[in-house]
Ligand binder design. Structure first.
Ligand code: PEP
Ligand code: MN
Length: 269
């Protein structure tokens, strides 16, 4: 792609490996990042963290700040959630990733989180991209639901050019005419990105589909198509979740999926 200077495969043939806490993303291992969409309570985040850690997840997800479509929807517990994530990490040893939605929150999140996430609604928020590019923690960059692969890589270029080279891309579905899923998982984007960029690529089957019933099959597809890992919503009681319950796996479903992924991984070699 003509506009790229750093993230294109032509500038670095070797695939990048991004270190999050002590965990590597890219470089051959399949990484599973799991947890609730939002931190809702101490009990919710601690019980989920313990369960996903024992099931084999390498990194915990859980948001303190939520970018909601409605201004009246739950916006996250903020600093209280960050404190709970720090407690969950101390207990389980799992590093954690949390979203930043506002340049004014970058310092607070960066000072405690192991990785910062830019969500679909902010992929083209260039002020925020430069801000996360100027702090030392790795950045997970989700695809805008309306961005082409080229526009997405241009967004990654903003972070890289601001000084932060630890970037992981997440395919989370795009807007199409289809209504049976929340978004349409663009599975083709994974092998396309593998040729276009050296950055690691994850798939988020939860936000892509909005449906827990098809998260396991999309997860297996992501592994088979060559993704470096998954970002998955897991909740101890999905019907009671404040945010995104319909797409969250229960702990039992997540444990079963991890078993399937291990079997598929050994089959694929
Ligand atoms: C999320 O991962 O919780 C999230 C808000 O995702 P997206 O930005 O892809 O909608
Ligand atoms: Mn969500």
């Amino acid at each position: 792609m003509k506009s790229l200077r750093f993230v294109g495969r032509e500038f670095q043939s070797e695939s990048s490996v991004v270190k999050v806490g002590g965990v590597s993303i890219g470089g051959g291992d399949f990484s599973v990042i799991a947890g609730p969409c939002a931190v809702e309570s101490r009990d919710q985040i601690l019980s989920t963290a313990r369960a996903v850690a024992s099931a084999g997840a390498g990194i915990l997800r859980g948001d303190a700040y939520k970018p909601r479509t409605s201004p009246y929807a739950f916006q996250g517990l903020g600093q209280e959630a960050l404190d709970l994530l720090v407690e969950a990490r101390a207990e389980t040893g799992l590093p954690f990733v949390a979203e930043v939605v506002d340049p004014r929150h970058v310092e607070a999140v960066s000072s405690v989180a192991d990785m910062l996430r830019i969500g679909t609604r902010n992929m083209a928020n260039y002020v925020l991209l430069k801000e996360v590019g100027s702090q030392p923690k790795p950045v997970m960059l989700k695809r805008s639901r309306t961005a082409t692969v080229g526009e997405w890589l241009d967004a990654a270029e903003y972070i890289y050019d601001s000084g932060n080279h630890d970037i992981v891309l997440v395919e989370r579905g795009i807007r199409t005419f289809e209504t049976s899923t929340r978004n349409t998982l663009d599975i083709s984007a994974v092998p396309v990105l593998k040729t276009e960029t050296h950055l690691p690529v994850l798939v988020d089957p939860s936000h892509a589909s909005g449906r827990a019933d098809i998260v396991p099959s999309l997860s297996r597809a992501a592994l088979a198509v060559g993704a470096d890992g998954l970002l998955i919503d897991v909740h101890p009681d999905p019907p009671r979740a404040i945010v995104d319950g319909a797409q969250a796996l229960t702990i039992e479903e997540f444990e079963a999926l991890m078993g399937q992924l291990r079997a598929l991984e050994s089959l694929l070699g």
